[in-house]
Design a protein around this ligand. Structure first.
Ligand SMILES: NC(=O)c1ccc[n+]([C@@H]2O[C@H](COP(=O)([O-])OP(=O)(O)OC[C@H]3O[C@@H](n4cnc5c(N)ncnc54)[C@H](O)[C@@H]3O)[C@@H](O)[C@H]2O)c1
Length: 334
């Protein structure tokens, strides 16, 4: 069975690994992908840029004419494949942008919905919506194996910080997804990822590259005051993509609902810094603290029982292995 994938944000962390996992040797699948390089570059897909099964467009999700052209390209090829699958990875993601309400609204909410409507218009069978574990906001952990998709939410609001605009926008996309499936227009689901990282990450402010690059360049790391208490799990982009593909391949899971995708390897940020230092051969690392981020929960621990029950997905990359790959890659770039 051959598939045509339409992927937004294809050069981003999740998108570029999707290209790799879809276009394995012998695959007859095809990808039409676009990105406006807001937070990535063409280098992330350099290994497949000459692959005739991959067509890349430097397009913006918010540009109507470019999206019209993309839609006509999907339409032109849809009949050659057994299934058309839309995956929406394009988003304004990183913490420094969380505070920009209009930017996140335009791309993450309107852009997501426009791309969903396009998928419905071309008659695509499936739409995968990348949401976020940020929607759990201040209640993003519990002592019973982590928060579940069905748990009620306690959001930090504008009284506390503009940061939650990112989470509330993403939360709204989960309603668009559910509505489209309930109305019988398409199959699909939303995915709440928690803290995705990659050995090829281009974004130096993300915590893993930030720690490694700080030790590499300055021999010390300066963390936010929040890091004295904060603990997180980290999801390698190999595993975020394998979850997308596992869900896309499981029709019974595409009921419009939400899936947590995370690991349960929780680590404090201080221990993460110490572990990176140890792997880099630094015996007595200097860790300093400065600055504070409001509305940043102390822990984010997700139950992944739902996706594990409904698909065969489980994370394959341990934090130890993922960090080894990051360190070896970032040290090469020095
Ligand atoms: N990175 C994380 O920790 C994390 C956590 C939870 C959820 N998510 C979600 O997963 C999805 C994928 O994120 P990612 O980790 O690959 O982040 P990423 O920033 O690496 O990828 C997003 C891509 O979207 C592109 N983009 C942004 N605005 C665009 C626009 N207007 N038009 C076209 N392309 C645009 C960016 O250039 C980037 O390549 C996003 O929806 C994100 O919200 C990510």
């Amino acid at each position: 069975m051959s598939k045509l994938y339409a992927i937004s944000g294809v050069t981003g962390m999740t998108g570029n690994e999707l290209v790799r996992q879809i276009l394995v040797e012998g695959s007859t699948d095809h990808i039409l992908g676009f990105d406006n390089f807001y937070a990535s570059s063409i280098e992330t897909v350099s290994d497949h840029i000459d692959d005739e099964r991959f067509e890349f467009f430097e397009y913006d999700l918010n540009d109507a004419a470019q999206m019209e052209d993309f839609e006509s390209r999907v339409r032109a090829q849809a009949g050659d494949y057994d299934e058309v699958i839309y995956i929406n990875c394009a988003a304004v993601v990183h913490t420094e942008h969380f505070y920009h309400v209009y930017e996140t609204f335009e791309t993450n909410v309107e852009g997501m919905n426009n791309f969903l409507q396009q998928a419905i218009r071309v008659g695509a069978g499936k739409y995968i919506n990348c949401s976020t574990s940020e929607v759990y906001s201040m209640n993003s952990w519990n002592e019973n194996g982590g928060v579940k998709e069905s748990d009620y939410l306690t959001m930090a609001v504008a009284e506390h910080s503009q940061r939650t605009s990112y989470a509330t926008g993403k939360l709204l996309t989960e309603f668009f997804m559910k509505d489209a499936v309930d109305e019988g227009r398409i199959k699909g689901c939303s995915i709440r990822f928690a803290n995705v990282y990659s050995k090829d990450e281009r974004y130096p402010k993300h915590i893993i590259p930030f720690i490694i690059n700080s030790f590499r360049d300055h021999g010390k790391v300066v963390l936010l005051e929040n890091s004295r208490r904060n603990r997180r799990t980290f999801l390698n982009n190999y595993d975020s993509c394998s979850a997308v593909l596992a869900l896309a391949a499981t029709d019974s899971a595409l009921d419009g609902t939400v899936y947590n995708v995370a690991t349960d390897e929780e680590i404090s940020i201080i221990d993460l810094a110490k572990l990176c230092a140890k792997k880099m051969g630094i015996d007595d690392p200097v860790i300093e603290f400065s600055g504070y981020r409001a509305s940043d929960p102390e822990r984010r621990l997700l139950s992944t029982e739902k996706i594990r029950t409904r698909t065969a997905w489980k994370p394959a990359v341990t934090l130890e292995k993922g960090l080894d790959e990051c360190i070896s890659n970032y040290l090469k770039q020095a």
